[in-house]
Write a protein that binds this ligand. Structure first.
Ligand code: NAD
Length: 290
């Protein structure tokens, strides 16, 4: 039995649904005007089962809110040149506003080459080096990577104070950890990055008013890592004995944290809703250029 949690649950299901509802209203207005609709294209190469689940969820969510979407799937053996040709064609297609290449790509494909080939104006996950640079310089025209941007929306929805607070980000990937720290910094948090080489991880984490775990190690973060009352955000998605678990040992952490995200139902749905919001954002930018 799970011990009774004391922390406030940061409900990603509810918060993402609120975001999707508001996007749906905007899309409904565009439909009523007879305007062209935003279109998201998700590209999947290979047969990674987790990726297949994610891309299907993304396409389904787009459909539900009335956004155009297309899922392009290619076999594992697809060459880099073939994938680059697909991206070039999507870049040219004026009806496409957001392009998402699902990661990880098969090992024979260079991820940076592929991400760099996406038109930065259609780079819906904000991973193109140009967009990463814009994010670094705090430029609001950058499309922000979906997962960390979704975490910020969730923190804001529960009015978790950020300015002047200590934020510790566990993980330094380009897709989650690094942009997460930059977004917290933009909100005036004092940010520390931790990673696999950090000395005395629990001690560093105990300084955190906001602790974000994006590591991929099941239940790494226990109550011992947590400052009483901290906001604990669990980005991790790990499969353990057939169950989905995060990087945070929820049962012990919830006894000490002030706010905590569950897995599932925390950051995952926020990522998908943010992908939809980002597509609409890129669509609006494209319309304003015409
Ligand atoms: P990654 O493997 O690219 O990066 C992991 C990071 O964790 C690295 O920077 C590494 O230095 C650090 N790390 C590894 N072991 C560590 C340890 N023992 N102590 C401290 N740091 C350690 O992973 P990623 O793509 O950033 O994803 C992280 C996790 O988040 C995964 O579980 C992934 O499935 C999940 N994820 C979830 C979502 C979502 O929407 N919820 C989105 C993206 C990724």
């Amino acid at each position: 039995m799970t011990p009774s949690a004391t922390a406030t649950i940061l409900d990603g299901k509810l918060t993402s649904q609120n975001l999707l509802d508001s996007l749906s209203v905007e899309l409904g207005a565009l439909t009523a005007q007879g305007a062209p609709l935003p279109k998201l294209v998700v590209v999947l190469v290979g047969d990674d089962p987790a990726s297949q689940v994610y891309v299907n969820k993304k396409a389904k969510t787009a459909q539900k809110i009335g956004m155009l979407s297309q899922l392009l799937t290619y076999p594992q053996a697809t060459s880099q040149a073939e994938l680059l040709a697909v991206i070039a064609q999507l870049n040219q297609d004026a009806s496409v506003h957001g392009i998402l290449v699902q990661l990880p790509l098969p090992k024979h494909i260079n991820t940076l080459d592929v991400i760099t080939a996406i038109d930065p104006k259609k780079d819906v996950d904000g991973l193109h080096p140009l967009n990463m640079g814009l994010l670094m310089s705090g430029d609001p025209s950058a499309c922000k990577p979906c997962t960390p941007a979704g975490v910020m929306t969730l923190l804001n929805a529960y009015q978790v104070p950020l300015a002047g607070k200590n934020a510790v980000v566990l993980g330094r990937s380009n897709i989650v950890g690094k942009p997460m720290g930059l977004l917290l910094l933009q909100e005036n948090a004092t940010v520390t990055y931790c990673h696999s080489k950090t000395a005395d991880l629990p001690a560093v984490c105990r300084q955190a008013d906001i602790l974000v775990a994006a590591v991929g190690v099941p239940n790494l973060v226990t109550a011992d890592f947590i400052k009483p009352g901290a906001a604990v955000i669990d980005v991790g998605i790990n499969r353990l004995e057939g169950k989905l678990v995060g990087d945070v040992d929820f049962a012990s952490a919830a006894q000490k944290a002030g706010f905590i995200t569950p897995v599932p139902g925390g950051v995952g749905p926020m990522t998908i809703a943010t992908l939809m919001a980002n597509t609409l954002f890129l669509y609006r930018q494209a319309q304003s250029r015409h």
